[in-house]
Design a protein around this ligand. Sequence first.
Ligand SMILES: Nc1ncnc2c1ncn2[C@@H]1O[C@H](COP(=O)(O)OP(=O)(O)O)[C@@H](O)[C@H]1O
Ligand SMILES: C=C(OP(=O)(O)O)C(=O)O
Ligand SMILES: [K+]
Ligand SMILES: [Mg+2]
Length: 593
Amino acid sequence: MSHAINFFVSSPSRSPASLTISRPSAFVSTGSLRVPVKKSLRSLVVKASAASDLDESQSSPVLVSENGSGGVLSSVTKEYGRNNAVASSADSSSIEVDTVTEAELKENGFRSTRRTKLICTIGPATCGFEQLEALAVEGMNVARINMCHGTRDWHRMVIERVRRLNEEKGFAVAIMMDTEGSEIHMGDLGGASSAKAEDGEIWNFTVRAFDPPLPERTITVNYDGFAEDVKVGDDLLVDGGMVRFEVIEKIGPDVKCLCTDPGLLLPRANLTFWRDGKLVRERNAMLPTISSKDWLDIDFGIAEGVDFIAVSFVKSAEVIKHLKSYIKARARDGDIAVIAKIESIDSLRNLEEIIQASDGAMVARGDLGAQIPLEQVPSEQQKIVQLCRQLNRPVIVASQLLESMIEYPIPTRAEVADVSEAVRQRGDALMLSGESAMGQFPEKALTVLRTVSLRIERRWREQKRREVIELPSIASSFSDSISEEICNSAAKMANNLEVDALFVYTKNGHMASLLSRCRPDCPIFAFTTATSVRRRLNLQWGLMPFRLNYSDDMESNLNKTFSLLKARGMIKSGDLIIAVSDMLQSIQVMNVP
Ligand SMILES: Nc1ncnc2c1ncn2[C@@H]1O[C@H](COP(=O)(O)OP(=O)(O)O)[C@@H](O)[C@H]1O
Ligand SMILES: C=C(OP(=O)(O)O)C(=O)O
Ligand SMILES: [K+]
Ligand SMILES: [Mg+2]
């Protein structure tokens, strides 16, 4: 049975506008309702239709293929072994389903699927095929590669492995490339994986180049102006203050520093220097956000077809606009989403316009915490998360979520509380950095993110504590406004009617993100025809993206989707769903036949 509200937008007409809602007598016996609408609007006819005209026999045949890749799967993967990714991509009557989503749905039902998305930075601890597979099984939605580290060949290998995993094993892991940016950072520690700086030790920070091994207690710095720009008495913060030094002497290219806060030095760690309690922004502040090396990395990312490019140390909206037009002119199929990393004072100053210009934002707390007082970071995080949601941009909360898990298998209580808070704020995604790139327990760290997310999401649903955040209108045209209103209403109806799932048919993903923005209680099944859109939707809260070829005929699309998902055991007869689409402006409420 289906109840449909269709918004038929007629051609522009100057006639008095009206909103008509009529319901078929089969459901409710009331007549039509006329509501005055603002002058000069076109008319919206809101019509309801009975569901009996949905004929299941019209639906397409179902294709469910077994994973034909053979080979030895780890025991975890066997559970997820059934997939049809390869077989189906060319088949118009099939659907591409993420094996992890499928298993989660079958095991726990709609309600308990995870809404918060998870990103893992890939590094030496996780770049093996089986390690990547273990992360995918554990729920990694996006793999991040940080161009600050590793060679292009290494990054290419990681991308190739992730793509192969997706193809062979039915995952839908997207790839995010993170630029190095024009930051000051240390060199490679002469090949050592880390070095310990102890309280009271004197280290030499130098712009000289050395062939390994480096002299003892020597750190090379990538910024030529470093030795000139620092002054005796400056504080030198490594990795946002994880280790701290005081500049005590300058001798030509060498800067002697006294360790005042001991800690672990990691290769290529970021450096900032502070004078009289303020961040020093000397010549390096004039360096371009996207360096010449970054442009080469971006060309590499475009050639490799990455899904997201995260831009480090964004200062203004201009650089984002510039990069987006650069990508548009060069990217082969579909575009690459540009994520603005909010990690500098300038980015906070121009926050709204930066977020507006980009396709998403990252609260990059590591560097942010080195540029503003630490105690200000939580409130900035909250503000950025909220603003992104209002402006309908996905937002990632990143850095040090589970820092202690680089070394220990169990997180601190404080870390769990931090993760919980990010989930409670309804950020779209959480990101692991060192924990997954070079930590000892990458999979365990991901499990913690997953289980904490699930737990907090469920608790908030059960308590019906939907945090009231005002969602301003963001539409830029009348037809956008209709999409926005439809999504707001559909999400509200979904909560009130306690439906099992929202279905959205969306070619470019816009309607899906508008639904996600409302953070409804039920999961959102997003059907799109493009593989690239599907992978990008992976970053957004509550969306389960599927790839499916569909027509402009909503009824046949619904029938086809129902049969395909039913055949895979992902939905069953009687499930209550609400469907919206960007082809036919409509809201349909129905039980799966
Ligand atoms: N591709 C890589 N190769 C080697 N080490 C890496 C790589 N990516 C990340 N790492 C390690 O993981 C740590 C955390 O990663 P991330 O937070 O992305 O970088 P950073 O600490 O430079 O901001 C890095 O400091 C580095 O030690
Ligand atoms: C995510 C961040 O950026 P990166 O790891 O590239 O320094 C950060 O600074 O928090
Ligand atoms: K980076
Ligand atoms: Mg950073």
